[in-house]
Every structure is written in structure tokens, then in C-alpha cells.
Write a protein that binds this ligand. Structure first.
Ligand SMILES: Cc1ncc(COP(=O)(O)O)c(C=O)c1O
Length: 501
């Protein structure tokens, strides 16, 4: 989906955006808003009416009629064969219809606020994920930080401070604190079958920064990035902010499912979550892993493997990484301590192919000036002294039991009739499960309804870049204690029942 389609889709998805008016009028108003607020700047080429109709799931006539109206009023200009372009508002005559709600809006403070931003800045801020999810029952992705071993951590930190090594107060160069990189290398070799030497490890401030560095160092403006559809919102945001062209690829029970139309494009980056697709939970099959590695070699593309929660596998052994199968050095592997320890620790890592190791370390140092060596030192001790593995074992048990309890609670509440119409994701890993709903159910409305009962679930359809979307709810269980799982599980089941009946 192009940036313009994405922008318009986001505006149209807002429930109160000219609700009650025709599709044509809503699209016209959305485009006008985007032009006034300079999210669609002068000279921007709009997608063809055919592409826009497909991306927004509208009839082509509707799009053509909305374009015509915009053209009549001078917001866009079209010439046969070359496409439709946004006009320069500065050159426009005063707008006739000053009573129009949106024109007024555009001329007020909103415009003044965004006018100072670059076009990219305006785009990023307009479509940011918004205020952080309230931490309340079933918020997807959040762990239960009350299990964090505070005392032990304090002891390790104290020891580092007592040693008073002044060099640890400096910026972190050479990819991060060596003992931490050694400890991570050992952990990845044993637990994730990653092929790694310590030189290949670059410590970052988390997966977001890892993705940003990859986008900046491995792709140029306008290059194509293949992403899973549905996709982790932050990967999408980072790539968009780097002006990459996103090509969404559908996901099925075996993970990313390449079709002929995908293979006809040439990606520079391929972003995947093979161990536990975010958000559907699908585990990429071995055949698909091999296929993807082959394609990456043929297309000369880089695979970015986001292994964000593979530690949370509740039955059987954790799956080996995709990187471990790569014999052509096409995979950049990414991990994070956000989920196992706590998000605010802001430490993640990449395992990059040898040819990329020095350029990545140089760029990280020049662009970001990383630091936090004291925390990195405490973390190195935490891992090498065996506390990390112990902690993983402990929380894995806790979250596994919570997952089972949530599933049982929902199944019992749904009853036979509903259990035939909805399905609960069955893979035994991660920090959330997906309750899949029938296609006609409005999952966004259910998300809002659940919020009224103090429950933070997330609509599956909002993670998609293009139609057709699947409907469902992401329900996180790690953060919620067992008594609350039963109480809020019943409330959530009632919300779902009200939408599916
Ligand atoms: C798919 C995915 N990747 C990575 C992360 C972690 O990102 P970070 O290390 O920047 O906290 C998350 C966190 O929610 C995630 O859901």
C-alpha cells in the first residue's frame, strides 16, 4: 500500500470522521484534510483510482467521483496518462466554502502546529500509535514486571558501581560492552541455534533501533521492504519513516506466504517474525524458511529476523532461528531484553553478517552515541552467572499457566455455540493469544466495548496493511494475575458474545 493510501485509510478508519456521509464524500474530505495539513504535500502523486479503490476497499466509481470533485476545486490536477498530483495550496484562490468544517480546521492551529514539521515528520506524528496503551488486564505484549528479581539486580548493579571503573561512564563503542556481547553470543548459540561470533553482535537500545539502523544502512529511500500482513506496527512505522515502500505479504498458518505477485517485486529488506508471527502467532514452517532464504539470495535482499519472544515457548523445545539455517549471510537476527526483563531497560541486540559488523558499529556510534555501559555490565553478570536462564524458566512457567487459564475461562464462557464460530489460537508460545472472530464482526467496536469494562485488547484487523483483513482480538495474559484472568476473562467473553451473536 502506498503512503497516500495508508494515510487516507487511517483517516477513514476514524469512527467520527464525517460519519453518516457517503463514501465518496468521506474520501473527498479525507484527501482534503491530508492536503490542508500538508501530509500530502504539493506535487505528491496520488495512487491511481484503481489502486486506491483496491487499497481502501471502495468502488472505483467512488474514487473517480471524489477525485473529480477535488480536481474541480483545485486541490489536485490530473493529466491524461500521467496521473493525479496534489496542487500547491499557496497558489490557490481563497476557498469559497469557508463554512466548511474541515477548511476551518485546516486554517486553525492544527495547520500551524504541523506546518513547522517536515512532510516526513508530519506523517510520523499523524500516524503514531498514539498514547501508550493503558496497562490494564489483557494488554497485549506486556509482561508482569512484578516478577523482576529486584534485589538480585540491585546487588549486581551495586557491585558494578563499587568497582568504579571510570571507562564504563563513557559512550559505548565497538558494538557494546564486550562481556555482554560474549554472554549473548553464548546464549544464542545454545538456545537459539544462531551462528554467531562475538564480533557479529551489536548492542542496540532495542528492536526499534535495530530496525532503524537496518533501514538506514541497508536500504535507500524508495526501496521496497516486504513485510508480513498483518505486521508489527513499529516495524511498519520505522520503515515508513525511512521512506521505504512497503509491500505487504499475506500470512497463513505456516507464516509468510509468498505469491507470484510478491515475487514480481524486488525487495531490499524482508521483515519477518518466524518464531511467533506478530500478531497472528503462526510459526514459520521449515519449507517456508528455506524458500525465504532462497528468495533472499536470488533477490539480493536482507532478511530481518525479529525474534522478540521466542523464549516464551510453553511446550517442547524452542524452535531454532531462521538465521541458523542461513548459509549465505543474508539474515540479520534481532533480539530484545524488553520482554524477559523489562521494556525500560532499553537493551536489544543484532547479530549481523560479518561483512556488516564494522559498518554497523561505526554507524551506531556516529548516529546514536550509545551508552549505558553500567547497565550492560550488570546485565552481562546477570546472564553469565545463570540468573537469566533461571528467570526465563520461572516466568515461562507462570505465563504458561496463565495462558492455559485464560483459554479455559474463555472456552467455558463461550459455550458450544460460540466455540463453533470463534477460534482461539492454539500455538503454545508468546505473551498473547488471538481470539479469531467471524468476518462480519466489527473487532474495532469490540475493542472499544472491552475498554469500557477496563480491558485492553487490540483488534486484529488494525494490524493489516491491506484487505482482506481477518477479524479478531489480541488478548495478552502475561500481565494479569490468575484471579483477574478469571474475573476479566468472563467480562471479555460477554463482550465477545455481544458482538458475535
Ligand atoms: C514484534 C515485536 N518486536 C520487537 C518488540 C520489542 O521492541 P523493543 O526491543 O524496541 O522494545 C516488540 C515489543 O512489543 C514486538 O512486539
Amino acid at each position: 500500500m502506498s503512503i497516500a493510501s495508508d494515510l487516507l485509510a487511517n483517516l477513514l478508519a476514524k469512527e467520527d470522521f464525517f460519519s453518516g456521509l457517503s463514501q465518496q464524500r468521506r474520501l473527498y474530505e479525507a484527501a482534503k484534510t491530508a492536503i490542508h495539513q500538508q501530509h500530502l504535500g504539493a506535487g505528491t502523486k496520488l495512487p491511481s483510482s484503481r489502486d486506491l479503490a483496491r487499497d481502501l476497499c471502495l468502488a472505483r466509481n467512488t474514487v473517480v467521483a471524489a477525485f473529480e470533485q477535488l480536481s474541480n476545486e483545485g486541490y489536485v490536477s490530473s493529466s491524461l496518462g500521467s496521473g493525479t498530483y496534489v496542487a500547491d495550496l499557496a497558489e490557490m484562490k481563497p476557498i469559497a466554502d469557508q463554512n466548511n468544517h474541515l477548511d476551518a480546521l485546516a486554517l486553525t492551529s492544527a495547520t500551524a502546529q504541523v506546518a513547522a514539521l517536515s512532510r516526513r515528520g508530519a506523517h510520523i506524528t499523524a500516524f503514531a500509535a498514539g498514547p501508550r496503551f493503558e496497562i490494564q488486564p489483557f494488554v497485549p505484549g506486556d509482561a508482569d514486571f512484578s516478577n523482576f528479581p529486584f534485589k538480585l539486580w540491585q546487588r549486581l548493579q551495586n557491585r558494578v558501581w563499587r568497582e568504579a571503573r571510570s571507562e564504563l561512564l563513557d559512550y559505548a563503542d565497538a558494538g557494546g560492552f564486550l562481556p555482554l556481547r560474549l554472554a549473548i553470543a553464548e546464549y544464542l548459540r545454545v538456545s537459539r541455534s544462531v551462528k554467531v561470533a562475538v564480533e557479529n553482535i551489536v548492542i542496540t537500545s532495542g528492536t526499534h533501533q535495530s530496525l532503524d539502523l537496518c533501514a538506514q544502512l541497508l536500504a535507500d529511500v524508495g526501496d521496497t521492504a516486504w513485510v508480513e500482513d498483518p505486521c508489527y506496527w513499529a516495524a511498519r512505522r520505522v520503515f515508513e519513516a525511512c521512506d521505504l515502500r512497503l509491500h505487504p505479504i499475506k500470512v497463513d498458518a505456516e507464516g509468510i506466504a509468498l505469491g507470484p505477485e510478491d515475487l514480481a517485486t524486488d525487495p531490499r529488506l524482508i521483515y519477518v517474525t518466524p518464531s511467533h508471527q506478530y500478531p497472528t502467532g503462526a510459526v514459520m514452517s521449515l519449507a517456508r524458511r528455506r524458500e525465504l532464504l532462497d528468495v533472499a539470495v536470488r533477490k539480493n535482499a536482507w532478511i530481518l529476523e525479529d525474534d522478540y519472544d521466542s523464549e516464551f515457548r510453553y511446550t517442547g523445545r524452542p524452535l531454532a532461528s531462521l538465521q541458523g539455517l542461513d548459509s549465505a549471510d543474508r539474515v540479520v537476527y534481532m533480539g530484545t531484553f524488553s520482554k524477559i526483563l523489562y521494556p525500560g531497560i532499553k537493551i536489544g541486540y543484532m547479530v549481523v553478517p560479518s561483512a556488516l559488523a564494522d559498518p554497523f558499529k561505526i554507524a551506531l556510534y556516529d548516529l546514536q552515541r550509545p551508552g549505558q555501559l553500567m547497565v550492560q555490565a550488570a546485565l552481562a553478570d546477570f546472564i553469565s552467572q545463570g540468573h537469566f536462564s533461571t528467570h526465563i524458566r520461572k516466568i515461562r512457567q507462570i505465563y504458561g499457566a496463565r495462558r492455559e487459564l485464560l483459554r479455559k475461562t474463555l472456552v467455558a464462557q463461550f459455550g458450544t455455540q460460540l466455540n463453533q464460530r470463534v477460534s482461539i489460537s492454539s500455538e503454545e508460545s508468546g505473551l498473547h493469544l488471538v481470539v479469531e472472530l467471524p468476518d462480519q464482526v466489527d473487532d474495532v467496536a469490540l475493542e472499544k466495548l472491552a475498554a469500557e469494562s477496563g480491558i485492553s485488547v487490540k483488534a486484529l484487523s488494525t494490524y493489516y496493511l491491506k484487505a482482506p483483513v481477518r477479524r479478531g482480538l489480541l488478548v495478552g495474559y502475561a500481565y494479569v494475575t490468575p484471579d483477574k484472568i478469571v474475573y476479566y476473562g468472563k467480562l471479555l467473553a460477554a463482550v465477545i458474545l455481544s458482538g458475535v451473536r
